[in-house]
Design a protein around this ligand. Structure first.
Ligand SMILES: [Fe+2]
Length: 345
């Protein structure tokens, strides 16, 4: 590939004249913005072991009352982007949030889409758009763009969850903002039971649900059962994996980020192809090794890691007799809409 002219090859006077007119020559930066063959991601493979961050998160509970934090969160920041950018990848924000017994995180709504994956504790709930969603380990709860949400905790031990947002992207688009509101009136409990069986949906008097996000809570007990049923009924399938979808349309459950759950059979080793999306892995149960070129993370329960796009990765269940369960987030829905999604074998 032809080497291009550098900035320092240009006379100082000419460069100053360009700057004075808010102009920039493209050719010194062309190879950086359009690198040959594949992107040069800033996202670095990064792991956040839960036990280490848990101690610091509980300390935050002592240091900062909820009124002074609003959301008491430690952000899982990728050093490749600079910690101050508070992003795990180019599009994904990850935050570990602590709610102590009796605390209330006030109602708000915002343009970025959020989901939370419950990591530990019982007795907390989040109310989303009037629907009260209880929180248990492994549950996935959606708070899509524009929907009111607030969190409360009636239990007696700390509750922790992992927030996954498309905040970096929405912020980059200069479309990120929040609106604060009053406590919501609960109008019902989460409708997850209405969608408990695949292939049938509620259709009272021939009408179908019309809201864009008909299901806001995906209980882990159901997702786990679905994975085990899949493994038992189709032993030959390559990977025991399910996607979190809108049960009315079958489309991804949110528009920018995508979510799935994977079961590694005892001793299973699964090679995932290089895809254009960065990926986040969160270990729900068991232990798995995440191996990529020159690096390996050994996840134990509740650990989270992130790997850049265009990277083949191998997942291995370390146990010979127990399955391992992993939650995965990526930005495939966005990339597919934009036409840049790629799988390289
Ligand atoms: Fe929020």
């Amino acid at each position: 590939m032809q080497e291009l002219g550098r900035l320092e090859d240009l006379p100082d006077e000419y460069r100053a004249a360009l700057t004075a007119q808010n102009l920039v020559p493209l050719w010194p930066s062309l190879r950086a913005v359009l690198p040959p063959g594949k992107p040069m991601p800033r996202t670095r493979p990064t792991c956040w072991p839960y036990q280490d961050l848990r101690a610091l998160l509980l300390k935050a509970g002592e240091l900062t009352p909820i009124e002074k934090a609003e959301r008491r969160v430690l952000v899982l920041a990728n050093p490749g982007h600079g910690l101050e950018k508070m992003q795990a990848s180019s599009t994904i924000y990850l935050g570990m949030q602590l709610l102590l017994p009796g605390e209330w995180a006030p109602a708000h709504r915002h343009t970025p889409n959020a989901v939370r994956m419950i990591v530990e504790g019982e007795g907390a709930y989040t109310t989303v758009d009037g629907e009260k969603c209880t929180m248990s380990r492994g549950d996935l709860i959606l708070t899509p763009t524009g929907l009111w949400h607030e969190h409360g905790h009636d239990g007696d031990k700390p509750v922790v969850w992992l927030d996954v947002l498309d905040l970096p992207l929405v912020y980059y688009m200069e479309a990120s903002y929040v609106t604060e509101g009053k406590a919501q009136t609960v109008t019902g409990v989460a409708a997850d039971q209405s969608y408990q069986r695949g292939g049938v949906v509620p259709a009272p008097v021939f009408t179908r649900a019309e809201q864009p996000f008909p299901m806001l809570r995906y209980p882990w007990v159901d997702v786990r059962a679905a994975l085990q049923a899949l493994a038992a009924s189709q032993p030959a399938i390559e990977a025991v994996q399910v996607a979190y979808v809108n049960p009315e349309t079958g489309a991804d459950c949110q528009k920018i980020l995508g979510f799935s759950a994977l079961m590694l059979r005892p001793g299973e080793r699964l090679a995932l192809p290089a895809r254009s999306t960065a990926m986040v892995f969160h270990q729900i149960e068991g232990g798995a090794d995440v191996a990529l070129e020159g690096q390996q993370f050994s996840l134990v329960e509740a650990d989270t890691c992130c790997i850049p796009g265009y990277t083949p990765v191998t997942l291995s269940n370390r146990s010979a007799d127990q399955p391992a369960f992993i939650f995965i987030a990526d930005d495939a829905p966005l990339q597919k809409k934009l036409g840049v999604y790629e799988v390289r074998n």
